[in-house]
Design a protein around this ligand. Sequence first.
Ligand code: MSP
Length: 506
Amino acid sequence: MNKTAYITTPIYYPSGNPHLGSAYTSTACDVWARFKRLDGFDTMFLTGTDEHGLKIQRSAEKAGLATQDYLDGINEKFREITPIMNLSNDDFIRTTETRHKEIATKMWQTLESNGYIYKDKYAGWYSVSDETYYTEEQLIDGKSPDSGHDVEWVEEESYFFKMSAFEEKLLKLYEENPNFIQPSSRRNEVISFVKNGLEDVSISRTTFNWGIPVPGDDKHVMYVWVDALTNYLSALGWPNGEKMKYWPAIHVVGKDILRFHAIIWPAMLMAANVELPKMVYAHGWWTSEGKKMSKSFGNVIDPKEVTDTYGCDQIRYFILREISFGNDGDFSKDRLVERINSDLANSLGNLFQRVLSMVAKNIGHVPALNELTDADHEYIKHFDTIISDVRNEMETLQFHKALERIWQVIYAANQYMDAMEPWQLRKTDEVRMQTVLRVLMESFKYITALIKPFMPESAEKFEGQLNWQMTSYENLEKGEFFSMEETTEIAKPSGVFMRIQTEEAA
Ligand code: MSP
């Protein structure tokens, strides 16, 4: 395998428990990584935690713990997202690890020796909640324009990064690579921000010490964002590690942290002469039952609780299907139940269950194939380009569109089944019944293969029921539509997606 792919989530601040917001980005990256692996790419998927800065130091103080002890405890909660959401991340990086600190230090030294760091005085506003510096003009009613939280006046000696040197280069980058920032509405926002002029950024602090010491001047610690962004390279052992074969990355981030990834990070990389990421994709924010998720509203979605109640695959499906990747969306339990019942239990689960039960009961093995009718050919045609169509959507992280496309063939399968009425054929024409069931079963390979990155556990159950295993999309694409062996046994299936009883229906 020589094709490589690399996808990253932001590294999360472990200043509170993980919630649906963090599980969302990680699940999206997981689906993409799983798709790429099944599509023949040697794939690396990275996530982790951002453990330096004043916000973390204060969270630990509030909890009455030494900072590292606090972090070691809460870190477990973030690692648990991997089994809770069934993530396939290849690594989990913590910025307090030596491997990261060494590389962040090397990055600083590189920027310095390339002439992009200088020492001066900083005076301005800082929001600890956003770990961001603001000018007086940027504040809204004296508060952070991003989170609305309080800001503090900071006046200290500081190192600066020569951000201003990159204005033209960044604009050129966005112009020459229209897909660098996605979706395009966000791209325009970034372009106008840069066009307004970039100032050099303060990249060190002296008034607290929970950070990576500035090399050669340990009165200073690095600004947490400079430290954090470097994680994407430290997990690969930059500059010479064997894993550098995965670089450049696709970075998936929430819209609130796009500027760091689309402006500061590429500027740092240019300054260090490192190849730029392939894409920065900014997704939207989830609200819960129409309101911002917050402890005081009591509407924070706990990934463990919802996956325990509704099923992990069901939640993975819902969050990627319900809203287009990039837009904001609302997590409503009514909508979730509706989608589980109609898309999963009814259109998909029921279809497989009906077909495979008929096969198990009446035949016991893969049905025999006989002459095909025009209706069969017409149905089979739906699968001609299904893989490349889904692949195209996945290339640009259009998860909802990929799912929509997959459901088009699921609806077509339901229509074909209803039109062919194999249960009637059982009484009148058993040979024809077998052909119809065979056509359906062969088409189920494609459906199973394509839902696999989204719902890996359920797809594995379907694979078991079909007594068939997905190898790669390429094989499926190159192979013949009819590839199953008549001798393959088919056992009585059990339901994969259950309907959820709603109060009205009960
Ligand atoms: N530590 C920084 C990222 C550094 S990356 C080099 C950070 N951490 S965070 O924990 O505050 O946020 C992590 C991600 O969670 C962000 O992408 C943010 O957009 C996302 N979300 C937090 N709440 C969210 C929702 N309610 N909905 C969707 N995503 C949200 O920023």
